[in-house]
Design a protein around this ligand. Structure first.
Ligand SMILES: C[S@@+](CC[C@H](N)C(=O)[O-])C[C@H]1O[C@@H](n2cnc3c(N)ncnc32)[C@H](O)[C@@H]1O
Length: 274
């Protein structure tokens, strides 16, 4: 039931939240000496857009909160599928991964990501950090990849084919593999493979937005061998908290939306449809 002021207080709270986020974002870019905040659209780079999502960076603090609890070590290799201007790579490189790899379609973004990686004022703990220009569909999954990060880089058929490749790689080289999915537009598609178990769900922004889609879900990707799967399930326990709904098919709709000059809504997942 809305009070006499209608939705006014919610709108004010949202506007204040958005300003806080933008202010904090600017401060962190200055602090790290990088430039990763821009939205970049494939249309403006002359690239095909079908099932591909434009550049929008992960939230600095949320990505850290998603990656730090994974307790990675020198056996772990991180890959950001659709690494854009390199923000998630910068955060991952502060953790003791053996390798941190970015795979990005747009060469122009990669040039800037490399510059950001060189300039970033952070304490780097990862071994090698590299950025590769490739379509994730064509890129061979490394057999030692253990943490896959996706900030909603692609949808539909492209997403399905990349996940199939990831599962094939796990079948060929069984290993502990975790998938960290920011803005999990294709959550239901992932669950339908029957090979993923939700480990945690955290807000994808700070301060937190109210949209149901603004979360980062971490999954354990299960090997086919049941004994090995049981071993990994025991090794990587769930920390779900209040987000039980992400354990099953996710109902509420959410959308991917570009500016009006590029056509507005790109893809919408209507409520009640997987
Ligand atoms: C939402 S941005 C995420 C940027 C970065 N991962 C981060 O978290 O800050 C998605 C990125 O995926 C890239 N992308 C889209 N389709 C791709 C594909 N098929 N192969 C590789 N990169 C792709 C886009 O160019 C864009 O930079």
């Amino acid at each position: 039931m809305l009070g006499p002021l209608g939705r006014f207080p919610q709108r004010v709270a949202r506007a204040v939240n958005a300003r806080l986020r933008r202010g904090r974002e600017r401060l962190l870019e200055l602090r790290y000496g990088v430039s990763t905040a821009e939205h970049v659209y494939h249309e403006d780079l002359g690239l095909d857009t079908e099932n591909r999502v434009w550049h929008d960076p992960s939230d600095w603090i949320a990505i850290r909160k998603a990656l730090a609890p994974l307790r990675v070590g020198p056996d772990d290799v991180f890959v950001d599928f659709g690494s854009g201007l390199g923000r998630a790579l910068i955060v991952a490189s502060t953790l003791p991964f053996r390798r941190v790899v970015g795979v990005e379609l747009a060469a122009e973004l990669n040039t800037r990501a490399r510059r950001n990686l060189v300039r970033s004022r952070i304490r780097r703990r990862a071994g090698k950090v590299e950025v590769i220009t490739a379509d994730a569909l064509e890129w061979p999954i490394p057999p030692d990849l253990t943490v896959a990060y996706l900030y909603c880089p692609f949808t539909g058929d492209v997403f399905r084919r990349v996940i199939d490749k990831l599962l094939e790689s796990l079948d060929e080289n069984p290993r502990p593999l975790r998938l960290v999915y920011n803005y999990p537009f294709e959550h239901n598609q992932l669950l339908r493979t029957g090979r993923l178990r939700v480990l945690s769900v955290i807000p994808a922004t700070w301060p937190r937005k109210t949209s149901a889609a603004d979360v980062i879900v971490t999954y354990l990707v299960l090997p086919r061998d049941e004994a090995l799967a049981a071993e990994y399930i025991a090794r990587f326990p769930r920390r779900i908290g209040r987000s039980e709904e992400w354990l099953g098919e996710y109902e509420p709709g959410f959308a991917l939306e570009k500016p009006a000059r590029l056509g507005g809504v790109v893809a919408e997942r209507p409520a009640g449809k997987p």
